[in-house]
Design a binder for this molecule. Structure first.
Ligand code: SF4
Length: 185
């Protein structure tokens, strides 16, 4: 989805090392919005969401739950690649989240799925949900939070499953739950 000012954004230092600024992809009227952390190296090179190894995992999770990429909206908290996949800095999150805010306003999803710690942390702060530490974060995964007229459903970032396939079955269950929520709305 095209967002004003995003394509040539230089609001934080990440513009110096990126190849592309990644716009969100998918159905602009989707019921579900998935929010990942930031584009990976391959995504940055090819200007497409979730095409690297984590994309394969996400596609598998969607496939087994009978969810199509076309019926959801996929985006990132940070729109430019983080060099060497380092952690995002708070000032980068603050600078870039204005674009995510616009996407949430425009898509107006019923269910928001933050993938991983940083997206979850950002959304919980935005919607006035409880604060949590990195240690406490895993307890939030797969739980349902009702806020205003939306559901927040934090799930693991697919990247974290690349080296921890043992968590795949519980993640598949979470995506089945997501499918059930779609049917209810
Ligand atoms: S990460 Fe976001 S705020 Fe920083 S330059 Fe890229 S689009 Fe702009």
């Amino acid at each position: 989805m095209e967002i004003e000012g995003l394509k040539n954004c230089q609001l934080c230092e990440l513009y110096k090392t990126r190849t592309h600024v990644l716009e969100g992809e998918g159905d602009p009227d989707a019921e579900i919005m998935l929010i990942a952390q930031a584009p990976g190296e391959q995504e940055d090179q090819e200007n497409k969401m979730f095409i690297g190894p984590s994309g394969k995992i996400l596609d598998h999770l969607l496939y087994v739950s009978d969810i199509s990429r076309k019926e959801i909206y996929l985006t990132n908290l940070i729109k430019c690649h983080l060099p060497k996949n380092r952690r995002p800095k708070q000032r980068e999150i603050i600078a870039c989240s204005r674009y995510l805010e616009k996407e949430i306003q425009q898509v107006d999803p019923k269910i928001i799925v933050p993938l991983g710690y940083y997206s979850t942390k950002y959304l919980f702060a935005e919607y006035g949900l409880k604060e949590f530490t990195k240690k406490e974060y895993p307890q939030l995964i797969g739980k349902v939070y009702h806020v205003q007229n939306r559901i927040i459903f934090p799930l693991s970032h697919p990247t974290s499953l690349i080296y921890h396939e043992e968590f795949l079955p519980e993640n598949i269950e979470n995506y089945h739950e997501l499918k059930k929520m779609m049917k209810k709305h």
